[in-house]
Design a protein around this ligand. Structure first.
Ligand code: 6PG
Length: 249
């Protein structure tokens, strides 16, 4: 991994969530000043939920020009938007429904129907938003990490790991017996700022493998994340960082 790894270790997940919210605010202000809009790809799962809740409250909510914020999703489960497993539902309940963001600025991954068509439609939407670009240039991408070393819906041993052209794919995940719609690694890696949010002891062993071990992206897809021309940060709590080699900290 050639990128200088900014690993920040926090005493607890609340401090980590505050630091992530601060980064969202500063990236949003920078991007809106520089190019009039802020594009962010949100992470699903449980870890980022507290960040979204914080963004919808002070001292963060009033520092964000929500009318210039565009929310995208890094991945989605193929369930209805009101389903308990829906990333959209989680983000809607913790953030979207609590801030004054224009509905047209919320770019949900519509997963109703054929997964391949859903992926294609989302890629079309991204290509429209980032018109003229060979890859999307998100101002910020938030990512989590699963205990198996996956990120977004880039799971170990799945076909999406080898994608080099598509921005979005429908990825079959055998262990779920289901497709997931996900940004591809190249689409993520062209972002200006990528931030991992990783908490909990259950992830310590895998994180140590990823940061201290050899490159095995097929087994540890998080290792595919390496920005082409941007910054990569790891926001990690003490429990998840507990097995990292001292030199990494
Ligand atoms: C998803 C996510 C996924 C998530 C990890 C970690 O849709 O599940 O995008 O990549 O970030 O599974 O999930 P937790 O934060 O719940 O541990």
């Amino acid at each position: 991994m050639k990128t200088l790894r900014n690993i920040l270790i926090f005493d607890n997940s609340e401090q980590l969530a505050d630091a992530a919210a601060e980064r969202f605010v500063s990236d949003a202000q920078d991007a809106i000043t520089r190019h009039g809009r802020f594009s962010v790809a949100l992470a699903g799962g449980n870890t980022p939920k507290r960040v979204y809740e914080l963004l919808a409250s002070e001292p963060y909510v009033s520092r964000i020009e929500w009318s210039s914020v565009h929310l995208f999703f890094g991945d989605e489960r193929c369930v209805p938007p009101d389903h308990a497993d829906s990333n959209y539902r989680m983000v809607n309940e913790s953030l979207i429904s609590r801030v004054s963001i224009p509905p047209e600025n919320v770019h949900r991954i519509a997963v109703e129907g054929d997964p391949a068509i859903s992926a294609h439609k989302y890629e079309e939407e991204l290509r429209g938003f980032f018109a003229g670009s060979s890859w999307p240039r998100f101002d910020l991408v938030l990512l989590g990490m699963g205990e198996d070393g996956h990120t977004a819906s880039l799971f170990p041993g799945t076909s999406a790991l080898n994608e080099t052209k598509a921005w979005v794919v429908a990825n079959w995940v055998e262990k779920f017996g289901a497709f997931r719609i996900t940004l591809t690694a190249p689409a993520i890696n062209h972002a200006a700022h990528i931030v991992f949010l990783i908490t909990g002891e259950a992830k310590a062993r895998r994180l140590a493998e990823i940061l201290n071990g050899p490159a095995e992206p097929e087994r540890l897809p998080v290792q595919l994340i390496d920005p082409v021309d941007g910054t990569l940060e790891w926001l990690v709590d003490k429990a998840a960082a507990s097995l990292l080699e001292p030199s990494t900290k």
